[in-house]
Design a protein around this ligand. Structure first.
Ligand SMILES: [Zn+2]
Length: 316
C-alpha cells in the first residue's frame, strides 16, 4: 500500500515536471545551460514594381531623373541595395524570403551575371517568392485579372499568371510557392488555384502591425486544405517600413523587439520591409539582424519556418 502511494506521488511529480518543462517560458529556466527553443522568425523583402509609380511619378522614394526615364529604372537604381542586403544576411547565415514583383525578375533575367548572382543567393538558402501589386496599388505592376485593368491609362501587361511566370523563370529549378499578393481574390493566379503544390501566403501591412492603428494581425499561422489535398498556409508579417506615418523606423523597431521578446511558442514573428527601405535606413534593419543573432535565433525562409512549425505546441 505504502509502495503504491510512493509510486503515485512519483508519477504525479513526473507528470508535473513534464508539464513545466513542456510549457515553461524560457525566461524562467533555472539551469545555466538550459537551451531555449529557437523562435520561429522570418524576414520577407518586398521588391516594389516601379512600374505605374515610375510612369506617374509617384514612387515611395525619390530616385534620380535618369532612372525615372529608364524602363526598369527603379530596379537599376536599387539593385546594388538588394545585393548589399543579401550580403548582410549572408554574413549572419540568415535566409531571406525575397518577394519580387515581375519587373525585378524581368530586369535580372536581362543579364547573366545577375541571374548567376540570384542562383548563388538561392544556394545560400534564400527563397524567391512572388509579390504582386494590384491595380488598387499606386505602384501597380501592370498585371491584373480584373477586366477594369484594360481601361487603365497605365499599359496593361497581362494576367497575374503572366507576371508570376517571369519570377518562375528566374527561380528555376526552384518552385515559387510563397507569395504576398494584393488584390485578392480577383488577382489570385489561376495556376495557384489549380496547383496541388502546397502554398504559403504572407499578409500584413503597417495598419495591422501596430496596436495604435487597431487590431493587430495574429502571429499564429493557419492553414486550409484544398479539395485537391494541397495545403495553403497563411502567415503574418509585421511591416517595418521607413515611411510610416506615426513612428520613426527606430521607434517601430523597438516596438517589434518588445513584441518579439513576448511572443508565444506557437507564434511566428515575421518582419517585412522593402528593398528601398534598406537604402533609406540600412542601420535600423541591420540592427534587427543583430537583435535576432543576440537572441541566439536564426532567420529562416518562410518555407523553412512553416516546414519546422508544429501546430500542436501547447499554448502557455
Ligand atoms: Zn509591395
Amino acid at each position: 500500500m505504502e509502495r503504491e502511494n510512493k509510486l503515485k506521488i512519483f508519477s504525479i511529480w513526473f507528470l508535473l515536471s513534464f508539464i513545466f518543462i513542456g510549457c515553461g517560458s524560457s525566461s524562467q529556466s533555472t539551469t545555466a545551460n538550459d537551451s531555449k527553443q529557437s523562435k520561429y522568425t522570418f524576414v520577407m523583402i518586398h521588391f516594389e514594381a516601379g512600374y505605374q509609380g515610375r510612369l506617374n511619378n509617384d514612387l515611395p522614394i525619390d530616385i534620380p531623373q535618369e532612372y525615372m526615364n529608364m524602363d526598369l529604372g527603379w530596379q537599376a537604381y536599387l539593385f546594388d541595395t538588394a545585393k548589399k542586403l543579401v550580403q548582410k544576411a549572408d554574413s549572419y547565415g540568415f535566409h531571406l524570403t525575397l518577394a519580387f514583383n515581375p519587373q525585378w525578375a524581368e530586369y535580372i533575367l536581362l543579364d547573366d551575371a545577375k541571374v548567376n548572382l540570384v542562383k548563388q543567393w538561392q544556394k545560400n538558402g534564400h527563397e524567391i517568392a512572388f509579390h504582386h501589386h494590384s491595380i488598387n496599388h499606386p505602384d501597380w505592376n501592370g498585371y491584373s485579372n480584373d477586366p477594369l485593368a484594360l481601361n487603365s491609362t497605365t499599359p496593361f501587361l497581362g494576367n497575374v499568371d503572366k507576371g508570376l511566370n517571369i519570377i518562375r523563370n528566374l527561380a528555376l529549378p526552384a518552385n515559387v510557392t510563397t507569395a504576398m499578393i494584393s488584390g485578392l481574390p480577383i488577382d489570385m493566379p489561376q495556376s495557384y488555384e489549380d496547383t496541388s503544390d502546397s502554398l504559403i501566403f504572407a499578409g500584413g501591412n503597417q495598419y495591422s502591425s501596430f496596436a495604435q492603428y487597431g487590431q493587430l494581425r495574429s502571429l499564429k499561422p493557419h492553414k486550409i486544405i484544398k479539395n485537391n489535398g494541397a495545403e495553403v498556409t497563411f502567415v503574418t508579417h509585421r511591416q517595418l517600413t521607413s515611411i510610416l506615418n506615426n513612428y520613426t523606423v527606430d521607434e517601430a523597431l523597438n516596438i517589434f523587439k518588445t513584441e518579439y521578446n513576448n511572443m508565444q511558442n506557437d507564434e511566428i514573428y515575421g518582419v517585412v520591409f522593402h528593398c528601398y527601405d534598406y537604402l533609406v535606413a540600412e542601420e535600423t534593419y541591420n540592427d534587427w539582424f543583430e537583435f535576432i543573432k543576440n537572441n541566439n535565433d536564426t532567420i529562416k525562409t518562410i518555407h523553412e519556418v512553416i516546414a519546422d512549425y508544429k501546430y500542436d505546441i501547447p499554448i502557455q
